[in-house]
Design a protein around this ligand. Structure first.
Ligand SMILES: Cc1cc2nc3c(=O)[nH]c(=O)nc-3n(C[C@H](O)[C@H](O)[C@H](O)COP(=O)(O)OP(=O)(O)OC[C@H]3O[C@@H](n4cnc5c(N)ncnc54)[C@H](O)[C@@H]3O)c2cc1C
Length: 284
């Protein structure tokens, strides 16, 4: 932080993007500051504090749930709309973030802008089929959440662009969803396993399932083979066993190299089975 020369606190998204893209300085956007405080490089000479942008809201518009990028985990945890949508999974997941201090400061935008294997929202928003609205110098564009983790994604968040909103589609409102994280001990980051699941139940059959694992790599991973097994099927014990086999097979093919990988795979499998079994038991 020792080379920091300028501090700006823009009030509009347009100004914030202009300040970031001004080539005279090496700038970075700062939201809650929980990650930046630990990782701000000496190369940065301008700090664009985006906390004052009007991006702190959770609302329904056109049937979709819209979350402003500056909402902190605590606001999501306590928001009545977030508690209603998708079995309240957004609130329940936000409450799982480490400490109250971090939940007060850390924003959802910052959480997805810099994915890390133990970040909650990249996996959860992928499971909820969310879109991400991005403002950059030439305009605004909305991307599917998985697109922002594609290596050819054209923007560098916090350097040339700002995430402004997260959009959850209307069909997700009544779906069954779950976010699970587990570690051997509370402070053991390296043994973290996390998964996010969602599906809609229509006449007892699973529709549009999303099965996402986090914590096995910084970017969330979708397990489409397992989704294919349960899609448009009743969740019988036989289908759940078949889906479990596909889930484990999917993970084996990926050849992941995270620390404690076999433990994480085993836990992820147990989380998946528990999600499906819970739904099928409630549906009997
Ligand atoms: C002690 C500790 C415990 C933590 N525990 C957890 C946990 O349990 N679960 C979890 O998920 N995370 C956890 N985190 C990670 C962290 O809190 C999150 O990643 C946080 O959400 C980052 O948001 P922020 O607003 O603080 O980002 P900042 O630190 O302000 O910024 C982080 C990066 O994102 C960019 N950025 C921020 N907002 C935007 C935006 N709107 N658009 C574009 N770029 C943006 C910045 O330029 C910067 O590069 C923890 C962190 C700490 C320090």
């Amino acid at each position: 932080m020792k080379n920091l020369k300028y501090y700006c606190a823009p009030k509009t998204i347009e100004d914030a993007v202009k300040l970031l893209c001004d080539k005279k300085c090496k700038s970075i956007a700062v939201a809650g500051g929980t990650l930046i405080a630990k990782s701000l490089g000496d190369w940065v000479d301008k700090y664009v504090d985006i906390r004052y942008l009007p991006l702190k809201y959770i609302k329904v518009s056109g049937g979709e749930l819209i979350i402003g990028a500056l909402c902190a985990f605590d606001e999501i945890d306590n928001n009545p709309l977030a508690k209603k949508w998708a079995s309240g999974v957004l609130s329940k997941a936000a409450a799982k973030c480490s400490s109250q201090l971090i939940r007060n400061m850390a924003t959802i935008g910052g959480n997805i802008a810099k994915p890390h294997s133990f970040n909650i929202f990249p996996a959860l928003l992928f499971a909820l089929d969310a879109k991400v609205k991005v403002a950059f110098l030439k305009g605004v564009k909305t991307y599917q959440v998985e697109e922002i983790y594609n290596k050819n994604f054209p923007h560098k968040f916090g350097f040339d662009s700002i995430i402004t909103e997260i959009i959850i589609p209307s069909y997700i409102k009544n779906c069954a969803a779950s976010y699970e994280k587990f570690s051997k001990t509370q402070s053991c980051w390296e043994s973290y396993a996390s998964c996010a699941f969602s599906l809609s139940l229509k006449k007892g059959k699973a529709e549009k399932p999303r099965i996402i694992v986090g914590a096995l790599s910084p970017k969330p991973i979708r397990l489409e083979a397992a989704e294919g097994i349960i899609s448009n099927k009743q969740l019988s014990p036989k289908i759940i066993e078949e889906a479990m086999e596909a889930f484990i097979g999917n993970l084996d093919i990926l050849k992941l190299s995270a620390i404690n990988i076999s433990f994480k795979k085993e836990i992820a499998g147990a989380m998946f089975k528990r999600f499906l079994t819970g739904i099928s038991e409630r549906n009997i």
